[in-house]
Design a protein around this ligand. Sequence first.
Ligand code: FAD
Ligand code: UDP
Length: 387
Amino acid sequence: MNYSFDYLIVGAGFAGSVLAERLAAGSNKSVLLCDRRDHVGGNAYDHPDAAGILVHKYGPHIFHTNSRDIFNYLSRFTAWREYEHRVLACVEGKLLPIPINLDTINRLYGLELTENEVEQFLAARAIACASPRTSEQVVLSRVGRDLYEKFFRNYTRKQWGVDPSQLDAQVAARIPVRTNRDDRYFTDSFQFMPKHGFTRLFENMLDHKNITLALGADYRELRKEVSFEKLIYTGPVDEFFEYRYGKLPYRSLRFEHETLNKEWHQPVAVVNYPNDFDYTRVTEFKHLTGQNHSRTSVVYEFPQTTGDPYYPVPQPANAAIYGKYRELAQQRQNVHFVGRLATYRYYNMDQVIGQALTTYRKLSQEDFRRDQSTNREHHPARSLQRV
Ligand code: FAD
Ligand code: UDP
């Protein structure tokens, strides 16, 4: 292959695909979008399994956001299915709502507290901390030690391989505590699943004549074969710089998928197992997708240190290493680092989409200023073959 492109984009997850779509459709740029996996969608990829049940290969993905702009943007590429996510935690043999709410506490302790009483219950147990720095401090300051140990301590150790006292506050702060009976996992104003799945959304997003897709293609090889003016990189930032400052830890998962010969397995889409088993949670996909099927498919998530990078690990030492990589990244003209792995941020999908749209606006302004200063027109798109 010997092609020339305006942009080479590495990674066909949300970060790379949103930028490919915007640059191709919004700015008439030619884009080569590559991924070393053999599919688009990054970690949000879904597909029908052997039984024909739509499953998420890399664990459950639920779209939620408070941004009307992001929701409207994605709505160009998909219709939606209304879905509010609910999760139960298996604690002492009981399936209890998580985030912790009024019902969690009443059912766990066999009480009949009212909202006011549960506020007093928590206030009496909370261990005050003016400005919590760690995940342990966040949870202790909200619910006290017993609930911390039953719902958070072991789950977090399993998920991250370290104690919550060693993890930044932002990790556990993702999970609120409620004194009412609201048992939704998220309270964002927009909570939906793409009606025909995430992969279809990505396919619609990338269906543009200016976009060439190279799947199963690693950037490190591909860059030798193509020329491009600018690079957008959404893979792990430490890998890009050949681990010059050492490896950044990314937490990995092993997914064990299974199809069961029964219609339903569990009452909600996700059940968390803080204290039992080596897996953290079990997801039953039909709850998410609304699919009718006589059988059901589930996935178990086993956290591990090695393997595909899924989560940046929010700890001060890692932030310091990332800071050094960020400095290197900022020195690179014409290379832009976007997304969860490239900016080492524990971002949800909507945050990654927001970051990609912001990067697009920045790139457009740069192009506009350059064109003005050189009095140049944007050149028309070249017609390219799929590779
Ligand atoms: P990715 O999706 O990781 O895409 C990066 C891509 O780059 C990958 O496909 C990779 O193969 C490719 N790549 C890397 N290096 C190279 C290379 N050298 N050459 C070619 N390709 C390369 N968010 C939510 O909003 N809601 C949820 O419910 C939710 N659940 C999640 C559950 C799990 C188990 C995980 C792990 C994440 C979840 N997320 C969720 C977060 C969500 O997955 C991310 O925010 C989002 O997918 C990140 O998109 P991205 O494009 O930055 O990265
Ligand atoms: N967490 C926990 N117990 C739970 C749910 C979450 O301890 O039942 C903690 C844990 O540290 C987890 C973090 O809160 O990693 C964030 O949870 P979330 O469900 O947002 O994780 P993700 O979906 O990103 O894996």
